[in-house]
Design a protein around this ligand. Structure first.
Ligand SMILES: [Zn+2]
Length: 412
């Protein structure tokens, strides 16, 4: 460990990862789970202790704080989310540090069958000599996004301790429920009080992302005609058959998550439930472009209309709701926040990489709501599963990039 940030980042991530803060999309509350307050209260207290100003925990579950500026310049926000993904066991995380990784297969104490191999994960093969953090085999690690939290906290502590570093005011925000798409309250853009911001929620070193999916969700409700099956001849209309027909008519060999990558979007059937009298099918629609997203919605409507036309006694309803939009639409009008992050990475010897995110971040919504917010790397890998790992030195590179970014933003 040579970099002064390494030990602090390692200690913070190990400490934060052990705290259960999984979100739950089925829970209506905000934050969705009470356990997220364990993280939020801790971060609020630690920010107060390190001397941050305006520290508050809002009633919508976001910790906000100011690191006062030492030079004139725009106010820059740094965000990370405290929740961990609901897709995998995230309770009782036991973080484990592998000091000076030797380049071999990594095994896990709580699941001997599990192997993290550099042969299958080329990025791991680049990390020989690094200090790695993993979980113990039965849970995810939660580096998504506690690595982001650790990086923002370490940067905040460093800037507070070093007022000689010339930079403008910094706003820090820790959000709940990012993993279930509910991290950005209507009030956050105004409360953040930042000219532009960054989410620390990216993967490999160098990632500076300013394109996300544009996203809608759709709910198709199929209402059949219900009648006793013994007297059903020429009367019953079975909603299950019609719902199946809709799913069967939609593209399957193309335009699904499992058959697309890069810049191609998809229609994804996520849920189907009900019975012969009524069926509800849920979809998510994704595309990088507005036109492409609208076309996918139109295709779904046309399929529903065709099945409806063939069976007029049924009622088929297709409702489409907007979720978030590609942040590029706003960022491309003024690329300054993106260019600053790229320049900061380059100043730290890192080649910036900008690939479109096949998903959304808190920054997608924030950008749409008026706070331009690209996404910056943390180093996190194999997220949302038991193989999740991160290099402490990658986190340190992210932290140095943020400190440099804050200085460059003040210089303009
Ligand atoms: Zn995340």
């Amino acid at each position: 460990m040579q970099n002064p940030f390494d030990q602090e980042l390692q200690d913070r991530l190990v400490r934060y990862a052990a705290i259960d803060s999984q979100s739950d999309e089925t829970a209506p509350a905000s934050p969705s789970t009470a356990c997220q307050f364990d993280m939020l209260h801790l971060l609020r207290d630690e920010l107060v202790e390190m001397g941050a100003q305006d520290v508050e925990l809002t009633d919508y579950g976001v910790v906000l704080a100011t690191i006062p500026g030492t030079a004139p310049g725009p106010t820059v926000g740094f965000l990370a989310h405290v929740d961990t993904a609901p897709q995998f066991n995230a309770s009782g995380v036991k973080p484990r540090v592998i000091s000076g990784y030797n380049g071999g297969d990594i095994t896990f104490p709580d699941d001997p069958a599990l192997v993290l191999s550099p042969a299958e994960h080329p990025y791991l093969a680049e990390k020989i000599g690094h200090d790695l953090i993993t979980a113990s085999g039965t849970t995810l690690l939660g580096a998504d996004d506690k690595a982001g939290v650790a990086i923002v906290m370490t940067m905040a502590r460093h800037l507070l301790n070093n007022p000689d570093i010339a930079r403008g005011p910094i706003r820090v925000a820790f959000t709940p429920d990012e993993e279930i798409g509910r991290g950005v309250s209507e009030r956050l853009p105004a409360d953040l009080r930042a000219d532009f911001a960054y989410t620390l929620d990216g993967g490999q070193v160098g990632e500076i992302e300013y394109e996300s999916f544009s996203a809608d969700r759709a709910v198709v409700t199929v209402t059949g005609v219900s009648i006793h099956p013994g007297w059903a001849k020429e009367k019953m209309v079975n909603a299950i058959h019609l719902a199946s027909k809709i799913v069967q008519t939609l593209p399957q060999a193309t335009m699904t998550p499992e058959t697309t990558d890069g810049r191609d979007g998809f229609i994804h059937a996520t849920d189907m439930e009900g019975g012969s009298s009524e069926m509800v099918i849920k979809f998510i629609l994704r595309d990088f472009e507005r036109d492409g997203l609208a076309a996918k919605g139109e295709l779904l409507r046309q399929v529903c209309a065709a099945v409806q036309a063939a069976e007029p006694r049924a009622a088929i309803k297709c409702e489409i709701y907007p979720q978030y939009r590609n942040m590029r639409y706003w960022l491309e009008k003024d690329m300054t926040p993106v260019e600053l992050a790229r320049a900061a990475a380059e100043a730290e010897g890192v080649a910036p990489i900008s690939v479109p995110i096949r998903g959304g971040t808190d920054g997608s919504r924030l950008t749409e709501m008026g706070v331009p917010t690209p996404n910056v790397f943390t180093g996190m890998q194999c997220i949302h599963g038991p193989l999740e790992w991160i290099s402490v030195q990658d986190m340190a590179t992210a932290t140095r990039t943020c400190v440099t970014l804050a200085q460059m933003a003040a210089k303009g």
